[in-house]
Every structure is written in structure tokens, then in C-alpha cells.
Design a protein around this ligand. Structure first.
Ligand code: CP
Length: 324
């Protein structure tokens, strides 16, 4: 993927993947999210930064956190938001994806937020939209989930500040996880000291060694001394054939329990992009425990998505500052 998501002057136009983006841009997203996060604690949770803009949520695959926080983020920026109900739209009558898009463009949309089960769908859409339209990837197949990765980086920075000092372990179904791919790219770009992946061989991508991560198959060794543990859902809907003996056996070997958490640093934080499957990749006592920041991640999704949407639509921070 090249930087066809940036304008000639290096500004964000689309947000399709972390791959190829430089550290200053990722830092700008987090800095801008930091500015926006205070809006949520105000009595009137709105700024008029995207007033007059129309944002269309196009979710071809189910979502709770991403779709809702994109909608809240757009509304906090005063944009008009349309949630296209795919199951009741004309796509169910055979209309092609491109025809649907061109019709939505004809309604003067400014941004499409796209989730799709096919890897590359958001980039395909970005290649075909009018020059004034931005596309944000809200998760495409096993490929990328860049706003999830950025809200995760924002959450890490809130707790740990200095990325180069950190050791991060990502545990579970790395193979099918668009979140893990985007997280690894973001962590590497931000200069994290060590990135580990912990998984059975069947749930690791073939190109794992090229991702710049250390591979572990054993939780005890992989969690030793880590600062951050990111657990992942088993993406059963993307698995072809039997890749695991059973969910119960997976939990026994790779589920994050209080006992296994003791191998990490005492102040380690536990993350999960959601949805969580309790008793499969994580024990309830850990998911709800004092080291868990899982619900914080969800909250930070609003500010990070406000940052990305405002950057892609060319609104400058000074405009926001002038409004506060
Ligand atoms: N993390 C995440 O993408 O969750 P949803 O599928 O609920 O959007």
C-alpha cells in the first residue's frame, strides 16, 4: 500500500491503513484526540468543526463499538450522519457497490466510513470516489483496522507515555486479526521497544517473521516482564476448517487468567479491542479486573475518530481552538 491516502502536501485525505504512515502523523492524531477528549466531559458535548459536512456510515459487516463511536464522534463535530442500513438498502436488490457509492456521492456526501468483510474494500472505494470525498477504513477483512490501532496507541500513551521503553505482547488469533496487523504497524512506527506475539502456530500468519515481532507459543515465556497485554478474539467466522482443538483447550493454553497475568509486570495493563469472549481468550476476572483498560479503549475511540475525521476533512486545530 502506498500513500495514496495522503494529499500531495502530506495531509490525511483517506485513512485506510497504518502502513506507510510516519510517526509525526500518528502523533498528530493522538495529540488532536487529546484536545477532543475533554469535549466529552462538557455539558454540551459538541463543537461546530464539521458543521455542514455529511458523513455516511457504510457498514457491510456487524459492529457495535466502531459504528457507534464513529457516529458519536461525527455528531460531536456537528456533522450530519447517515447510517445506511445495508440490509434494507438497494444493495439487497443487486445494486453494485460502486453504483451505491455514486448515488451517495450524488447526495453531496463528504465522507464514507466503511466496514467490509473483504480485505481491500475500503481502498477500492477510495480509488473510485470523487476528489472531495474522504474514505475511512472501519475494518476490512483480515487486512486493517487503523482507527482501532490508533485508539489503542492513544490508550497506551495515556498509561505509559514513552513508547520506546515498552514491551507489548499481542495474544491469540493473530492470523485473522486486522486489529493485530494495524497495531503491529503502529507500535513499530512509534518505536516500541519490543513487540511479541503469543499464539499457536495455526493462528500465526506465514509472514510473521517479517513483521518485526518476537514469536512465542507459550504464555509463561511470552508474558514475562511485559508492560502491555493485548488479547484478541478468536475470529471463528474467518477460520476455514479446524484450526483449533476447542475453545476450552484454547483458553487453557492461551486464555489470559489472573495466574498468567502474574508473569507480566505488576503495573501491566490489559487491553482487548472487543467484542470479548469471556472464558475463551480472557477470564472475566481479568477483563473486569483492576489492570483492564478495555472500556477505556472504547471511550477513547470517540476522541480518536473525531481527530481522524477532522484531519481527513481538512479542519485545522486552530479552528477548534478558536471555538473553545
Ligand atoms: N473493535 C471493534 O472493531 O469492535 P466492533 O466490531 O464492535 O466494531
Amino acid at each position: 500500500m502506498t500513500n495514496n491516502q495522503l494529499t500531495d502536501s502530506g495531509q490525511l485525505r483517506h485513512f485506510l491503513t497504518i502502513e506507510g504512515l510516519k510517526k509525526p502523523l500518528l502523533t498528530e492524531i493522538m495529540d488532536r484526540a487529546e484536545q477532543f477528549s475533554s469535549i466529552s466531559s462538557r455539558q454540551v458535548k459538541k463543537v461546530p468543526l464539521l458543521r455542514g459536512k455529511t458523513i455516511v456510515n457504510l457498514f457491510f459487516e456487524n459492529s457495535t463499538r466502531t459504528r457507534t463511536t464513529f457516529e458519536i464522534a461525527a455528531k460531536r463535530l456537528s456533522a450530519d450522519v447517515i447510517n445506511l442500513n445495508i440490509s434494507t438498502s438497494a444493495t439487497s436488490k443487486g445494486e453494485s457497490l460502486l453504483d451505491t457509492l455514486h448515488n451517495l456521492e450524488a447526495m453531496h456526501s463528504d465522507m464514507f466510513v466503511v466496514r467490509h468483510n473483504e480485505s481491500g474494500a475500503a481502498e477500492f472505494i477510495a480509488q473510485h470516489v470523487a476528489p472531495h470525498v474522504s474514505v475511512i477504513n472501519a475494518g476490512d477483512g483480515c487486512h486493517a483496522h487503523p482507527t482501532q490501532a490508533m485508539l489503542d496507541m492513544f490508550t497506551i500513551r495515556r498509561h505509559k507515555q514513552h513508547f520506546p521503553d515498552l514491551c507489548v505482547a499481542i495474544v491469540g488469533d493473530i492470523l485473522h486479526s486486522r486489529v493485530a496487523r494495524s497495531q503491529i504497524q503502529a507500535l513499530a512506527t512509534l518505536g516500541v521497544g519490543e513487540i511479541r506475539v503469543i499464539a499457536p502456530k495455526t493462528l500465526l500468519p506465514a509472514d510473521c517473521q517479517t513483521l518485526g515481532v518476537h514469536v512465542y507459543h507459550d504464555m509463561e515465556a511470552g508474558l514475562e516482564g511485559v508492560d502491555i497485554i493485548i488479547t484478541l478474539r478468536l475470529q471463528l467466522e474467518r477460520m476455514e476448517g479446524a484450526m483449533l482443538p476447542s475453545a476450552r483447550e484454547f483458553f487453557h493454553s492461551y486464555g489470559l487468567t489472573e495466574e498468567k497475568l502474574l508473569f507480566a509486570k505488576p503495573d501491566a495493563i490489559v487491553m482487548h479491542p472487543g467484542p470479548i469472549n469471556r472464558g475463551v481468550e480472557i477470564a472475566s476476572t481479568v477483563a473486569d479486573g483492576p489492570q483492564s483498560v478495555i472500556l477505556e479503549q472504547v471511550t477513547h475511540g470517540i476522541a480518536v475518530r473525531m481527530a481522524v475525521m477532522s484531519m481527513a476533512l481538512g479542519s485545522q486545530p486552530e479552528q477548534y481552538e478558536a471555538m473553545t
